[in-house]
Design a binder for this molecule. Structure first.
Ligand code: F6P
Length: 471
């Protein structure tokens, strides 16, 4: 088996198999921020990416992407249910997002999660060169760092958590909390989106594992030091800027505005259809603004894009029904013939079409109840070349700390959300320009390559691995 000096291990590969209308297999870019972020930096880097390509049964054969080798892992139907839909997305996902939905603890899922983590670790251990770097991603694979340390003590192991790490009192609810914590602490460097996550892990390491910690959250466990740190992930800023500058995308943005009836203001939200995204709170706020007569349908249009996600998981199916019921109710009460109050689109979106939508939107509304980072907010900022447009942003996203010039809001406070939406809609163009220019300046020096370089340099302390990344 060919080996690489840099191996990324993530639940998903950057390509996802989806059935074309004629039933043939078609490959498309995987949903979600993690795959997009890593794909952007690795496609021209000599590396191997170990992950799942969607679907069940035998692993497909996938072509390399430039110098990036893809190594697909197969998942059986039982593994998909227990590992991905079960322990990862019905236990850890809700728990790590403030338990905004009730986490489900199921012993069978845990066993499958542990077995699948072991298989990922074994596969990754085979494809890394002696002395190489293994970079493990996210909550699906939290046991992998410790398993890898046993299999390959000669390599450097990194772990990055893309989602929030919960406060200790929530993590303590997990029946297998010690194993999960020890699993991640098998890494040499554990990276998070926000510094608070590292404090939480350090506190838990002391309490549950008897570790020693320093004031800056470095953890000594079993005679070994595990470094921790915050590395806020970002987007491929240049890609979004280039898309937004394309003449066909600009024409499309004009066309979209015309199709929406040339309203005075367009509000836009783009989310994976997920209960953490605060879609229902947002719809309530918007519906009340219509009810109160503070927003008029002819004058203002809202576009809500939801990208289908985890559709076999009960909570996600129920949420979709609730959202669609609510959109139907709002349109039924406030829409007119040919003038819906909300344009609702539940489908995957092409990158160019997204860039056009971002240009059409006067107000981008990003109001998750909890989000590790939220890359949609950053994409909107990158797409606004003329520095116009307003970003309404939840305080509970990782990017709120980086984008203080957004209109920050607590999405649980419906009255506050209504007022903030109105403030953003009515803001003085000069104020909007100042805010947007500040956010764009931040983003221009904090893109996805900066993130990966910062993390990898901190991991190997030499910058040797980071130097191989795309410029
Ligand atoms: O951001 C968390 C995450 O699980 C990522 O790993 C992924 O990019 C995204 O959500 C999409 O989720 P899924 O892989 O379950 O479709």
């Amino acid at each position: 088996m060919r080996q690489s000096s840099l191996v990324v291990v993530a639940n998903r590969l950057p390509l996802d198999d989806s059935a074309a209308p004629d039933g043939a297999c078609e490959w498309r870019r995987s949903p979600g921020g993690l795959a997009s972020a890593l794909h952007a930096i690795l496609q021209q880097t000599p590396a191997t990416w170990v992950g799942w390509a969607g679907g069940v049964g035998t692993a497909p054969t996938l072509p390399d992407i430039g110098s990036l080798r893809l190594r697909p892992m197969a998942l059986s139907e039982q593994e998909l249910r227990g590992y991905y839909e079960g322990f990862a997305n019905s236990t850890l996902w809700p728990l790590y997002h403030d338990a905004v939905e009730q986490p489900i603890f199921h012993r069978g899922w845990w066993e499958t999660y542990r077995d699948v983590n072991r298989r990922f670790a074994e596969h990754a251990a085979e494809v890394v060169e002696p002395g190489g770097v293994l970079w493990v991603q996210d909550y699906h694979l939290q046991l992998v760092p410790d398993l890898l340390r046993r299999l390959r003590p000669d390599v450097l192991i990194g772990f990055f958590l893309h989602v929030p790490f919960p406060p200790p009192e929530l993590f303590m609810q997990l029946p297998r909390r010690n194993e999960l914590l020890r699993g991640m602490l098998g890494a040499d460097l554990v990276g998070f989106q926000r510094p608070q996550a590292a404090h939480n892990v350090a506190q838990l390491a002391v309490k549950l594992l008897g570790a020693r910690v320093t004031a800056n959250d470095q953890i000594t466990l079993d005679g070994r030091t595990v470094r921790t740190g915050a590395f806020p992930v970002s987007i491929d800023v240049a890609e979004m800027q280039a898309l937004a500058a394309r003449p066909d995308v600009r024409d499309r943005a004009q066309q979209l505005r015309a199709d929406l009836g040339r309203p005075r203001r367009v509000l836009l939200s783009v989310d994976r259809l997920d209960y953490t995204k605060g879609i229902e709170h947002r719809l309530t706020a918007y519906s009340e603004l219509l009810h109160d007569g503070r927003v008029k349908v002819r004058d203002t249009v809202m576009v809500q894009v939801t990208v289908p996600s985890r559709e076999r998981v009960e909570n996600y199916r129920v949420l979709r029904d609730r959202i669609e019921g609510e959109v139907g109710r709002i349109n039924g009460e406030y829409g007119r013939v040919g003038e819906p109050a909300i344009h609702y689109l539940n489908q995957p979106f092409d990158r160019a079409e997204l860039a056009a939508l971002y240009q059409t939107a006067d107000v981008m509304v990003v109001t998750p109840l909890r989000d590790g980072m939220n890359l949609v907010a950053k994409e909107y900022v990158a797409a606004r070349a003329d520095a116009s447009g307003a970003l309404v942003l939840s305080e509970f996203t990782g990017c709120a700390a980086e984008l203080p010039d957004a209109f920050l809001v607590n999405p649980h406070d419906v009255d506050g959300l209504k007022e903030t939406l109105l403030r953003a809609m009515e803001a003085d163009p000069a104020d909007l320009e100042r805010r947007m220019a500040a956010m764009r300046a931040h983003l221009s020096s904090h893109d996805i390559v900066t993130w990966a370089r910062a993390y990898l340099t901190s991991l190997d302390r030499t910058g040797r691995v980071a130097a191989r990344l795309r410029r």
